[in-house]
Design a protein around this ligand. Structure first.
Ligand SMILES: Cc1ncc(COP(=O)(O)O)c(C=O)c1O
Length: 467
Protein backbone atom coordinates (compact mmCIF):
# COMPACT_ATOMS: atom_id res chain seq x y z
CA UNK A 1 0.00 0.00 0.00
CA UNK A 2 1.31 3.50 -0.85
CA UNK A 3 1.91 5.81 2.14
CA UNK A 4 0.61 8.09 3.57
CA UNK A 5 -3.03 7.03 3.70
CA UNK A 6 -4.62 10.08 5.30
CA UNK A 7 -4.70 12.38 2.27
CA UNK A 8 -8.07 13.83 1.35
CA UNK A 9 -9.66 13.13 -2.03
CA UNK A 10 -9.43 16.80 -2.87
CA UNK A 11 -5.70 16.96 -2.19
CA UNK A 12 -5.04 13.75 -4.13
CA UNK A 13 -6.99 15.09 -7.09
CA UNK A 14 -5.00 18.30 -7.06
CA UNK A 15 -1.72 16.30 -7.02
CA UNK A 16 -3.08 14.12 -9.82
CA UNK A 17 -3.54 17.17 -12.01
CA UNK A 18 0.20 16.88 -12.75
CA UNK A 19 -0.34 13.41 -14.23
CA UNK A 20 -1.06 13.74 -17.95
CA UNK A 21 -3.51 10.86 -18.40
CA UNK A 22 -3.99 8.99 -21.67
CA UNK A 23 -6.08 10.93 -24.19
CA UNK A 24 -5.76 14.08 -22.06
CA UNK A 25 -7.45 17.16 -23.45
CA UNK A 26 -4.86 19.92 -23.11
CA UNK A 27 -7.63 22.39 -22.27
CA UNK A 28 -8.60 20.25 -19.30
CA UNK A 29 -5.27 19.71 -17.57
CA UNK A 30 -5.91 20.51 -13.94
CA UNK A 31 -9.64 20.92 -14.58
CA UNK A 32 -10.95 17.41 -14.89
CA UNK A 33 -11.23 15.59 -11.54
CA UNK A 34 -11.13 11.83 -11.86
CA UNK A 35 -12.57 9.36 -9.39
CA UNK A 36 -9.63 8.55 -7.11
CA UNK A 37 -9.44 4.82 -6.41
CA UNK A 38 -8.17 3.53 -3.13
CA UNK A 39 -8.42 -0.27 -3.12
CA UNK A 40 -10.28 -3.15 -4.69
CA UNK A 41 -11.67 -6.61 -4.16
CA UNK A 42 -13.07 -9.18 -6.62
CA UNK A 43 -15.12 -7.29 -9.19
CA UNK A 44 -15.32 -4.13 -7.06
CA UNK A 45 -13.15 -1.07 -6.52
CA UNK A 46 -13.45 1.48 -3.72
CA UNK A 47 -12.92 5.19 -4.17
CA UNK A 48 -10.98 7.37 -1.76
CA UNK A 49 -14.24 8.35 -0.03
CA UNK A 50 -15.02 4.69 0.64
CA UNK A 51 -17.71 4.22 -2.03
CA UNK A 52 -17.95 0.72 -3.47
CA UNK A 53 -18.15 0.55 -7.28
CA UNK A 54 -18.59 -2.45 -9.54
CA UNK A 55 -15.74 -2.47 -12.06
CA UNK A 56 -17.71 -3.30 -15.22
CA UNK A 57 -14.85 -2.52 -17.67
CA UNK A 58 -12.38 -4.56 -15.53
CA UNK A 59 -10.08 -1.56 -15.52
CA UNK A 60 -9.49 -1.39 -19.26
CA UNK A 61 -10.32 -4.93 -20.49
CA UNK A 62 -7.72 -6.16 -18.04
CA UNK A 63 -8.67 -7.74 -14.73
CA UNK A 64 -9.84 -11.10 -16.05
CA UNK A 65 -9.23 -12.94 -12.75
CA UNK A 66 -10.60 -10.01 -10.73
CA UNK A 67 -8.97 -7.70 -8.21
CA UNK A 68 -6.78 -8.53 -5.25
CA UNK A 69 -6.15 -12.21 -5.86
CA UNK A 70 -3.85 -13.32 -3.05
CA UNK A 71 -2.10 -16.14 -4.92
CA UNK A 72 -1.29 -13.72 -7.76
CA UNK A 73 0.29 -11.34 -5.23
CA UNK A 74 2.22 -14.26 -3.74
CA UNK A 75 3.51 -15.37 -7.16
CA UNK A 76 4.68 -11.84 -7.97
CA UNK A 77 6.31 -11.50 -4.56
CA UNK A 78 8.05 -14.87 -4.89
CA UNK A 79 9.48 -13.97 -8.31
CA UNK A 80 10.72 -10.59 -7.08
CA UNK A 81 12.57 -12.36 -4.29
CA UNK A 82 13.87 -15.06 -6.67
CA UNK A 83 15.01 -12.95 -9.65
CA UNK A 84 13.47 -9.49 -10.18
CA UNK A 85 15.05 -8.83 -13.59
CA UNK A 86 17.41 -10.18 -16.19
CA UNK A 87 18.61 -8.89 -19.52
CA UNK A 88 16.64 -10.65 -22.24
CA UNK A 89 19.45 -10.16 -24.76
CA UNK A 90 22.15 -12.56 -23.62
CA UNK A 91 20.41 -14.30 -20.72
CA UNK A 92 17.21 -16.22 -20.14
CA UNK A 93 14.94 -17.00 -17.18
CA UNK A 94 12.64 -19.81 -16.15
CA UNK A 95 9.36 -17.80 -16.10
CA UNK A 96 9.88 -16.46 -19.64
CA UNK A 97 10.85 -19.89 -20.99
CA UNK A 98 7.87 -21.58 -19.33
CA UNK A 99 5.48 -18.87 -20.49
CA UNK A 100 6.70 -19.03 -24.11
CA UNK A 101 6.11 -22.76 -24.12
CA UNK A 102 2.69 -22.40 -22.45
CA UNK A 103 1.56 -19.76 -24.96
CA UNK A 104 2.70 -21.98 -27.84
CA UNK A 105 0.58 -24.77 -26.35
CA UNK A 106 -2.52 -22.55 -25.95
CA UNK A 107 -2.32 -20.70 -29.26
CA UNK A 108 -3.87 -21.97 -32.49
CA UNK A 109 -2.13 -23.68 -35.41
CA UNK A 110 1.62 -23.33 -35.74
CA UNK A 111 1.95 -20.07 -33.76
CA UNK A 112 4.68 -21.62 -31.66
CA UNK A 113 7.12 -18.76 -31.07
CA UNK A 114 6.71 -15.72 -28.87
CA UNK A 115 8.25 -12.26 -28.91
CA UNK A 116 7.59 -10.64 -25.52
CA UNK A 117 6.80 -6.95 -25.32
CA UNK A 118 5.74 -4.44 -22.68
CA UNK A 119 2.06 -4.16 -23.61
CA UNK A 120 -0.41 -4.22 -26.49
CA UNK A 121 0.95 -1.27 -28.48
CA UNK A 122 4.47 -2.66 -28.48
CA UNK A 123 3.12 -6.08 -29.49
CA UNK A 124 1.34 -4.50 -32.47
CA UNK A 125 4.38 -2.35 -33.26
CA UNK A 126 6.59 -5.44 -33.18
CA UNK A 127 4.15 -7.32 -35.42
CA UNK A 128 4.22 -4.52 -38.00
CA UNK A 129 8.00 -4.25 -37.82
CA UNK A 130 8.31 -8.02 -38.17
CA UNK A 131 6.07 -8.01 -41.23
CA UNK A 132 8.30 -5.41 -42.94
CA UNK A 133 11.45 -7.27 -41.91
CA UNK A 134 10.03 -10.56 -43.24
CA UNK A 135 9.14 -9.08 -46.62
CA UNK A 136 12.48 -7.32 -47.00
CA UNK A 137 14.38 -10.51 -46.24
CA UNK A 138 12.43 -12.53 -48.75
CA UNK A 139 13.04 -9.95 -51.45
CA UNK A 140 9.64 -8.25 -51.48
CA UNK A 141 10.53 -4.73 -50.24
CA UNK A 142 7.52 -3.17 -51.98
CA UNK A 143 5.15 -4.98 -49.67
CA UNK A 144 4.82 -2.07 -47.25
CA UNK A 145 1.12 -1.28 -47.14
CA UNK A 146 -1.07 -2.29 -44.21
CA UNK A 147 -4.84 -2.81 -44.18
CA UNK A 148 -6.89 -2.30 -41.03
CA UNK A 149 -10.38 -1.03 -40.12
CA UNK A 150 -12.06 2.31 -39.59
CA UNK A 151 -12.76 2.55 -35.88
CA UNK A 152 -10.24 -0.18 -35.08
CA UNK A 153 -7.76 0.47 -32.28
CA UNK A 154 -4.29 -1.04 -32.18
CA UNK A 155 -2.35 1.12 -29.73
CA UNK A 156 -0.28 4.24 -29.31
CA UNK A 157 3.14 3.75 -30.87
CA UNK A 158 3.69 5.44 -34.25
CA UNK A 159 2.97 2.26 -36.21
CA UNK A 160 0.14 1.05 -33.98
CA UNK A 161 -1.64 4.39 -34.08
CA UNK A 162 -1.10 4.64 -37.84
CA UNK A 163 -2.90 1.28 -38.13
CA UNK A 164 -5.70 2.43 -35.83
CA UNK A 165 -8.78 3.84 -37.51
CA UNK A 166 -10.55 6.24 -35.20
CA UNK A 167 -10.70 9.48 -37.12
CA UNK A 168 -10.76 11.62 -33.97
CA UNK A 169 -7.50 10.09 -32.76
CA UNK A 170 -5.63 10.95 -35.95
CA UNK A 171 -5.66 14.69 -35.48
CA UNK A 172 -2.42 16.66 -35.03
CA UNK A 173 -0.23 13.55 -34.73
CA UNK A 174 1.66 13.25 -38.04
CA UNK A 175 0.85 9.58 -38.48
CA UNK A 176 1.73 7.48 -41.54
CA UNK A 177 -1.20 7.91 -43.88
CA UNK A 178 0.72 6.73 -46.94
CA UNK A 179 1.11 3.06 -46.06
CA UNK A 180 -1.87 2.53 -43.77
CA UNK A 181 -5.35 2.06 -45.21
CA UNK A 182 -8.58 1.59 -43.31
CA UNK A 183 -11.35 -0.62 -44.63
CA UNK A 184 -14.98 0.15 -43.86
CA UNK A 185 -15.99 -0.24 -40.22
CA UNK A 186 -17.60 -3.71 -40.15
CA UNK A 187 -20.32 -2.49 -37.76
CA UNK A 188 -23.52 -3.76 -39.40
CA UNK A 189 -25.80 -1.70 -37.19
CA UNK A 190 -24.07 1.60 -38.01
CA UNK A 191 -23.23 0.99 -41.65
CA UNK A 192 -25.76 -1.20 -43.41
CA UNK A 193 -27.74 1.71 -44.83
CA UNK A 194 -26.84 3.98 -47.72
CA UNK A 195 -23.96 1.90 -48.99
CA UNK A 196 -22.90 3.32 -52.37
CA UNK A 197 -23.43 -0.03 -54.12
CA UNK A 198 -27.01 -0.22 -52.98
CA UNK A 199 -28.23 3.30 -53.48
CA UNK A 200 -28.93 3.67 -57.15
CA UNK A 201 -32.58 3.38 -57.94
CA UNK A 202 -33.43 1.40 -54.81
CA UNK A 203 -36.18 2.68 -52.58
CA UNK A 204 -34.88 0.70 -49.58
CA UNK A 205 -31.20 1.17 -48.98
CA UNK A 206 -30.75 -1.15 -46.06
CA UNK A 207 -29.41 -4.65 -46.61
CA UNK A 208 -29.19 -7.73 -44.42
CA UNK A 209 -26.07 -8.77 -42.59
CA UNK A 210 -24.99 -11.40 -45.11
CA UNK A 211 -25.25 -8.86 -47.95
CA UNK A 212 -23.35 -6.34 -45.80
CA UNK A 213 -20.60 -8.93 -45.39
CA UNK A 214 -20.50 -9.40 -49.18
CA UNK A 215 -20.07 -5.63 -49.59
CA UNK A 216 -17.18 -5.61 -47.12
CA UNK A 217 -15.44 -8.47 -48.92
CA UNK A 218 -15.99 -6.81 -52.28
CA UNK A 219 -14.42 -3.62 -50.89
CA UNK A 220 -11.45 -5.63 -49.61
CA UNK A 221 -10.93 -7.02 -53.12
CA UNK A 222 -11.21 -3.53 -54.60
CA UNK A 223 -8.69 -2.13 -52.13
CA UNK A 224 -6.24 -4.94 -52.89
CA UNK A 225 -6.67 -4.34 -56.62
CA UNK A 226 -6.15 -0.60 -56.34
CA UNK A 227 -3.05 -0.85 -54.15
CA UNK A 228 -1.71 -3.98 -55.83
CA UNK A 229 -1.32 -7.19 -53.85
CA UNK A 230 2.43 -7.00 -54.49
CA UNK A 231 2.48 -3.81 -52.38
CA UNK A 232 0.43 -5.03 -49.40
CA UNK A 233 2.19 -6.61 -46.46
CA UNK A 234 -0.52 -7.34 -43.91
CA UNK A 235 -4.11 -7.10 -42.77
CA UNK A 236 -4.53 -6.41 -39.05
CA UNK A 237 -7.88 -6.83 -37.30
CA UNK A 238 -9.37 -7.15 -33.86
CA UNK A 239 -11.70 -10.20 -33.91
CA UNK A 240 -14.19 -7.95 -32.09
CA UNK A 241 -13.40 -4.23 -32.42
CA UNK A 242 -13.09 -3.37 -28.76
CA UNK A 243 -12.67 0.36 -28.14
CA UNK A 244 -14.40 1.02 -31.46
CA UNK A 245 -17.59 0.09 -29.57
CA UNK A 246 -17.50 -3.73 -29.27
CA UNK A 247 -18.19 -4.27 -32.94
CA UNK A 248 -18.97 -7.91 -33.61
CA UNK A 249 -18.11 -8.51 -37.24
CA UNK A 250 -20.69 -10.20 -39.53
CA UNK A 251 -20.80 -13.99 -39.49
CA UNK A 252 -17.94 -15.44 -41.57
CA UNK A 253 -16.37 -12.04 -42.28
CA UNK A 254 -12.96 -12.67 -40.71
CA UNK A 255 -12.69 -16.09 -42.28
CA UNK A 256 -13.39 -14.68 -45.72
CA UNK A 257 -10.89 -11.84 -45.16
CA UNK A 258 -8.24 -14.37 -44.13
CA UNK A 259 -8.89 -16.43 -47.28
CA UNK A 260 -8.62 -13.38 -49.52
CA UNK A 261 -5.40 -12.32 -47.78
CA UNK A 262 -3.86 -15.79 -48.05
CA UNK A 263 -4.67 -15.90 -51.76
CA UNK A 264 -2.88 -12.56 -52.20
CA UNK A 265 0.20 -13.27 -50.07
CA UNK A 266 -0.95 -10.78 -47.40
CA UNK A 267 -0.18 -11.73 -43.81
CA UNK A 268 -3.04 -11.87 -41.31
CA UNK A 269 -2.44 -10.34 -37.88
CA UNK A 270 -5.15 -10.98 -35.27
CA UNK A 271 -5.00 -8.28 -32.62
CA UNK A 272 -6.15 -10.26 -29.61
CA UNK A 273 -5.02 -7.73 -27.03
CA UNK A 274 -8.59 -7.74 -25.69
CA UNK A 275 -10.18 -10.96 -26.95
CA UNK A 276 -7.60 -13.44 -25.62
CA UNK A 277 -7.34 -14.98 -22.14
CA UNK A 278 -10.98 -15.77 -21.68
CA UNK A 279 -12.85 -12.64 -22.67
CA UNK A 280 -14.74 -14.66 -25.32
CA UNK A 281 -14.58 -17.94 -23.38
CA UNK A 282 -11.32 -19.24 -24.90
CA UNK A 283 -7.62 -18.59 -24.39
CA UNK A 284 -7.46 -17.29 -27.97
CA UNK A 285 -10.55 -16.42 -30.00
CA UNK A 286 -9.11 -16.46 -33.55
CA UNK A 287 -9.56 -20.14 -34.23
CA UNK A 288 -11.96 -21.26 -31.50
CA UNK A 289 -14.52 -18.51 -32.13
CA UNK A 290 -13.80 -17.20 -35.64
CA UNK A 291 -12.27 -20.21 -37.39
CA UNK A 292 -9.08 -18.47 -38.55
CA UNK A 293 -5.45 -19.34 -37.96
CA UNK A 294 -3.61 -16.03 -38.28
CA UNK A 295 0.06 -15.70 -39.19
CA UNK A 296 0.65 -13.48 -36.17
CA UNK A 297 -1.29 -12.80 -32.97
CA UNK A 298 -0.77 -9.85 -30.68
CA UNK A 299 -1.91 -10.00 -27.07
CA UNK A 300 -1.52 -8.20 -23.72
CA UNK A 301 -3.93 -7.04 -20.96
CA UNK A 302 -5.62 -10.31 -19.86
CA UNK A 303 -2.30 -12.15 -20.21
CA UNK A 304 -1.48 -11.01 -16.65
CA UNK A 305 -4.99 -9.74 -15.86
CA UNK A 306 -3.31 -6.34 -15.83
CA UNK A 307 -1.43 -7.01 -12.57
CA UNK A 308 1.91 -6.35 -14.30
CA UNK A 309 2.45 -4.86 -17.80
CA UNK A 310 3.21 -7.50 -20.44
CA UNK A 311 2.48 -8.06 -24.11
CA UNK A 312 3.29 -10.82 -26.54
CA UNK A 313 3.54 -11.32 -30.29
CA UNK A 314 3.02 -14.88 -31.43
CA UNK A 315 4.64 -15.80 -34.74
CA UNK A 316 3.88 -18.82 -36.88
CA UNK A 317 6.48 -21.47 -37.64
CA UNK A 318 5.65 -21.06 -41.33
CA UNK A 319 7.09 -17.53 -41.36
CA UNK A 320 10.09 -18.36 -39.21
CA UNK A 321 10.92 -21.45 -41.27
CA UNK A 322 10.77 -19.37 -44.42
CA UNK A 323 13.16 -16.81 -42.94
CA UNK A 324 15.50 -19.54 -41.70
CA UNK A 325 15.70 -20.95 -45.21
CA UNK A 326 16.84 -17.65 -46.75
CA UNK A 327 20.55 -17.48 -47.30
CA UNK A 328 21.51 -14.01 -46.09
CA UNK A 329 24.38 -12.55 -44.13
CA UNK A 330 22.34 -10.38 -41.84
CA UNK A 331 18.98 -11.60 -40.58
CA UNK A 332 18.89 -10.01 -37.12
CA UNK A 333 15.42 -8.78 -36.14
CA UNK A 334 16.64 -5.55 -34.49
CA UNK A 335 13.61 -5.05 -32.27
CA UNK A 336 13.27 -5.56 -28.54
CA UNK A 337 12.82 -4.00 -25.16
CA UNK A 338 14.70 -3.83 -21.89
CA UNK A 339 11.66 -5.50 -20.37
CA UNK A 340 11.08 -8.19 -23.04
CA UNK A 341 10.33 -11.40 -21.14
CA UNK A 342 10.48 -9.64 -17.78
CA UNK A 343 10.64 -12.51 -15.26
CA UNK A 344 8.15 -10.96 -12.82
CA UNK A 345 5.64 -10.20 -15.59
CA UNK A 346 6.07 -13.71 -17.00
CA UNK A 347 5.61 -15.27 -13.55
CA UNK A 348 2.41 -13.23 -13.18
CA UNK A 349 1.19 -14.46 -16.58
CA UNK A 350 1.90 -18.08 -15.68
CA UNK A 351 -0.03 -17.70 -12.42
CA UNK A 352 -2.85 -15.91 -14.26
CA UNK A 353 -3.19 -18.78 -16.76
CA UNK A 354 -3.04 -21.28 -13.91
CA UNK A 355 -5.90 -19.46 -12.11
CA UNK A 356 -8.01 -19.25 -15.28
CA UNK A 357 -7.54 -23.00 -15.78
CA UNK A 358 -8.04 -24.12 -12.17
CA UNK A 359 -11.05 -21.90 -11.50
CA UNK A 360 -12.75 -22.90 -14.75
CA UNK A 361 -13.09 -19.27 -15.82
CA UNK A 362 -13.40 -20.12 -19.52
CA UNK A 363 -16.41 -22.31 -18.67
CA UNK A 364 -17.83 -19.51 -16.52
CA UNK A 365 -17.68 -17.14 -19.49
CA UNK A 366 -19.20 -19.69 -21.85
CA UNK A 367 -22.02 -20.41 -19.38
CA UNK A 368 -22.76 -16.82 -18.39
CA UNK A 369 -22.20 -14.93 -21.65
CA UNK A 370 -25.68 -15.67 -23.08
CA UNK A 371 -27.30 -14.43 -19.85
CA UNK A 372 -25.06 -11.33 -19.74
CA UNK A 373 -25.85 -10.45 -23.35
CA UNK A 374 -29.56 -11.15 -23.00
CA UNK A 375 -29.95 -9.12 -19.78
CA UNK A 376 -28.18 -6.14 -21.33
CA UNK A 377 -30.53 -6.29 -24.30
CA UNK A 378 -33.46 -5.64 -21.95
CA UNK A 379 -32.16 -2.04 -21.91
CA UNK A 380 -33.36 -1.63 -25.49
CA UNK A 381 -36.69 -0.33 -24.20
CA UNK A 382 -35.11 2.91 -22.93
CA UNK A 383 -35.84 5.62 -25.53
CA UNK A 384 -32.24 6.86 -25.86
CA UNK A 385 -30.77 3.36 -26.27
CA UNK A 386 -29.92 2.85 -29.92
CA UNK A 387 -28.22 -0.53 -30.00
CA UNK A 388 -26.99 -3.13 -27.51
CA UNK A 389 -24.37 -5.51 -28.83
CA UNK A 390 -21.58 -7.76 -27.71
CA UNK A 391 -20.09 -11.19 -27.49
CA UNK A 392 -18.74 -13.24 -24.58
CA UNK A 393 -18.07 -10.87 -21.70
CA UNK A 394 -17.70 -7.83 -23.96
CA UNK A 395 -20.65 -5.50 -24.44
CA UNK A 396 -21.61 -2.04 -25.61
CA UNK A 397 -24.77 -0.08 -24.95
CA UNK A 398 -24.93 2.61 -27.60
CA UNK A 399 -27.19 5.61 -27.09
CA UNK A 400 -28.32 8.29 -29.47
CA UNK A 401 -26.03 11.30 -29.54
CA UNK A 402 -27.85 14.11 -27.80
CA UNK A 403 -26.32 17.39 -26.75
CA UNK A 404 -27.67 19.50 -23.96
CA UNK A 405 -27.18 23.24 -24.57
CA UNK A 406 -24.56 24.67 -22.23
CA UNK A 407 -23.28 21.21 -21.17
CA UNK A 408 -20.14 19.80 -22.79
CA UNK A 409 -20.59 16.26 -21.42
CA UNK A 410 -21.23 13.48 -23.90
CA UNK A 411 -24.19 11.24 -23.22
CA UNK A 412 -21.73 8.49 -22.26
CA UNK A 413 -20.05 10.71 -19.66
CA UNK A 414 -23.44 11.71 -18.29
CA UNK A 415 -24.47 8.05 -17.92
CA UNK A 416 -21.11 7.21 -16.37
CA UNK A 417 -21.58 9.89 -13.71
CA UNK A 418 -25.07 8.67 -12.83
CA UNK A 419 -23.90 5.06 -12.80
CA UNK A 420 -20.98 5.87 -10.51
CA UNK A 421 -23.37 7.54 -8.10
CA UNK A 422 -25.38 4.30 -8.15
CA UNK A 423 -22.26 2.12 -7.61
CA UNK A 424 -21.20 1.14 -11.13
CA UNK A 425 -18.26 2.08 -13.34
CA UNK A 426 -18.90 1.85 -17.09
CA UNK A 427 -16.46 3.02 -19.70
CA UNK A 428 -17.95 5.96 -21.57
CA UNK A 429 -16.85 6.40 -25.19
CA UNK A 430 -18.81 9.34 -26.62
CA UNK A 431 -22.36 7.95 -26.88
CA UNK A 432 -21.41 4.41 -25.84
CA UNK A 433 -20.96 2.58 -22.55
CA UNK A 434 -18.54 -0.29 -22.91
CA UNK A 435 -18.27 -3.17 -20.47
CA UNK A 436 -16.02 -6.20 -20.00
CA UNK A 437 -16.36 -7.38 -16.39
CA UNK A 438 -13.92 -9.75 -14.67
CA UNK A 439 -14.46 -13.34 -15.78
CA UNK A 440 -15.34 -14.26 -12.20
CA UNK A 441 -18.66 -12.40 -12.33
CA UNK A 442 -21.79 -14.34 -11.34
CA UNK A 443 -25.49 -14.10 -12.24
CA UNK A 444 -26.49 -11.98 -9.25
CA UNK A 445 -23.72 -9.52 -10.04
CA UNK A 446 -24.85 -9.36 -13.67
CA UNK A 447 -28.36 -8.52 -12.42
CA UNK A 448 -26.89 -5.76 -10.21
CA UNK A 449 -24.88 -4.41 -13.12
CA UNK A 450 -27.89 -4.23 -15.42
CA UNK A 451 -30.08 -2.69 -12.69
CA UNK A 452 -27.55 0.09 -11.96
CA UNK A 453 -26.92 0.68 -15.67
CA UNK A 454 -30.66 0.97 -16.31
CA UNK A 455 -30.97 3.53 -13.49
CA UNK A 456 -28.06 5.56 -14.90
CA UNK A 457 -29.32 5.54 -18.48
CA UNK A 458 -32.89 6.35 -17.44
CA UNK A 459 -31.66 9.30 -15.41
CA UNK A 460 -29.63 10.58 -18.37
CA UNK A 461 -32.67 10.00 -20.56
CA UNK A 462 -34.79 12.21 -18.31
CA UNK A 463 -32.14 14.98 -18.67
CA UNK A 464 -32.06 14.98 -22.42
CA UNK A 465 -35.54 13.95 -23.59
CA UNK A 466 -38.14 16.67 -24.04
CA UNK A 467 -40.56 16.68 -21.06
C1 LIG B 1 -7.17 -4.22 -29.59
C2 LIG B 1 -6.09 -3.42 -28.91
N1 LIG B 1 -4.84 -3.46 -29.40
C3 LIG B 1 -3.83 -2.80 -28.83
C4 LIG B 1 -4.04 -2.02 -27.71
C5 LIG B 1 -2.89 -1.29 -27.09
O1 LIG B 1 -2.53 -1.91 -25.90
P1 LIG B 1 -1.72 -1.10 -24.77
O2 LIG B 1 -2.61 -0.01 -24.30
O3 LIG B 1 -1.45 -2.18 -23.74
O4 LIG B 1 -0.46 -0.62 -25.36
C6 LIG B 1 -5.31 -1.96 -27.16
C7 LIG B 1 -5.57 -1.15 -25.95
O5 LIG B 1 -6.68 -0.91 -25.54
C8 LIG B 1 -6.38 -2.66 -27.77
O6 LIG B 1 -7.63 -2.59 -27.30
Amino acid sequence: MTEPTNLTTELLQSLDSQFIHPWEDMQEIGVQKRTMLSHSDGIYVYDSDGNKLMDAPAGMWCLNIGHQVREMADAIHAQVMQLPYNSPWNLASQPAALLASKLAELSPGDLNHVFFTTGGSTAVDSALRFVGFYNNLRGKPNKRHILSHENGYHGSTFLASSASGKAGDKKHLNLDTTHFHQLRNPNYHANHRDLPQHKAGQPEHSIDEAAFCDVLIEELHQRINSLGAENIAAFIAEPVLASGGVVVTPEGYLKRCAQVCRANDILVIADEVVTAFGRLGHFFASEDVFGITPDLITTAKGITSGYIPLGALLISDRLLDELASIDTEHSVFANGFTYSGHPVACAAALKNIDIIERQGLLDNVQNLAPYFQQQLRTLNDIPIVNNVRGMGLMACVECVEIEVPGDTRTIGERIDQYCQAAGLIVRPIYNMCVMSPPLTINKTQIDDLVRMLRAGIEQACRDVMPK
